[in-house]
Design a protein around this ligand. Structure first.
Ligand code: FAD
Length: 317
């Protein structure tokens, strides 16, 4: 019996969210008195997993899996779970994780809980704490099936270092034609810019910037910080910025380490999308702006003065 964690990779490199999943899997394995097995698909950087308590890595190398395909990936992970007799299967909450997790649950006749934020409250019944209502509340979910599939919310459990020596084994799943019945087309990203979903830091701006011509300072700050750029809904509605940058209830969710909101009032629909971010910094010239109540750090002042100064200062580091 073991705890299985799926380690997602992009271009052979593991995603940070997967290290969080590994940390979480180690926490569950310790509670159960068992070990952690990780499954990776067409990735290499396996030594790094030892840092987060992984005892064994099942390494899948298969050209048929060079592109993400939910059915095929779910089948591979399910087969690994069966071969390891895993009672708990842990994934992150990336778009791909959210796609494969329910399929794995069906394959394994397991219950699935998404958005898990803490180690299980109890094992009998198996109960986990989860984010609910766009991270404004928690709920407790019990899973009665023998096998449990858990999606770990980004930035909730965090990274916990736990040095181990992971053994690495080749794992050769048997793939069927039905695994590839859905053809997945992939489109290369148009730019090298960090995407909102993957970003550790997001620099976001709102209507307070007055017009699209003023976004250079936002881009410059984002470049200095290696951050993604984002915006509020009206900004993308007015065509100042592309729709792909709109974050919030009706836009993209952001679970960054640092979210910098510039000239954004902090409407509830905006906050709903960024609540999962760890630190929120607000720059707004109105001290009564609601965003200050949700912020960890705030600067009251004119963005047109503060942002360039902040950028110059940050460049010194
Ligand atoms: P404003 O509310 O106009 O705020 C601009 C801010 O900039 C103000 O706080 C002002 O003090 C500040 N400011 C002005 N000048 C400066 C300056 N020189 N320096 C610093 N600060 C300055 N919104 C979203 O963002 N995402 C969503 O997903 C979303 N979904 C919605 C869904 C529904 C059903 C509805 C009804 C609304 C939704 N909205 C969403 C809209 C939301 O209610 C707000 O209207 C919107 O977030 C406001 O955008 P804003 O903060 O950029 O603009």
């Amino acid at each position: 019996m073991s705890v299985l964690v799926y380690i997602e990779s992009e271009n052979g490199k593991f995603k940070k969210a997967s290290y969080e999943s590994a940390s979480y899997a180690k926490g569950v394995a310790d509670q159960l008195g068992t070990s952690v097995t990780a499954i990776t698909i067409n990735a290499d950087d396996h030594e790094s997993l030892s840092k987060y308590g992984v005892n064994k890595v099942l390494q899948v190398k298969n050209d048929q899996l060079s592109k993400f395909n939910a059915d095929a990936y779910a089948d591979v992970i399910s087969q690994a779970a069966k071969s390891e007799d895993a009672k708990v299967v842990v994934l992150g909450q990336t778009a791909n994780d959210k796609y494969v997790a329910p399929i794995i649950a069906v394959n394994l006749e397991a219950g699935y809980a998404s958005n898990v934020v803490a180690l299980p409250e109890s094992f009998s019944p198996f109960t986990v704490k989860r984010n609910a209502f766009t991270n404004k509340a928690f709920n407790f979910t019990s899973i009665n099936s023998e096998i449990k599939v858990l999606g770990i919310a980004k930035n909730a459990y965090g990274l916990k270092e736990n040095e181990t020596t992971a053994t690495i084994e080749e794992f050769s799943p048997s793939l069927e034609a039905s695994d590839f019945s859905v053809h997945v087309a992939s489109v290369d990203k148009a730019t090298d810019k960090v995407t909102i979903a993957d970003a550790e830091i997001v620099v976001s701006a709102g209507r307070g910037l007055k017009g699209p011509e003023n976004w250079d300072m936002i881009e410059n700050l984002a470049t200095t910080l290696g951050a993604a750029t984002a915006c509020s809904k009206p900004v993308s509605d007015m065509g100042w910025r592309p729709h792909g940058e709109h974050v919030g209830q009706t836009g993209k969710p952001v679970a960054a380490n640092l979210y910098i909101a510039i000239g954004i009032s902090g409407a509830i629909q905006h906050l709903a999308g960024i609540n999962a971010s760890k630190y929120k910094v607000v720059i707004n010239n109105d001290p009564e702006a609601p965003f200050f109540k949700a912020a960890d750090y705030g600067i009251v002042g004119d963005a047109f003065e503060i942002v360039p100064q902040l950028n110059e200062k940050l460049k010194e580091f």
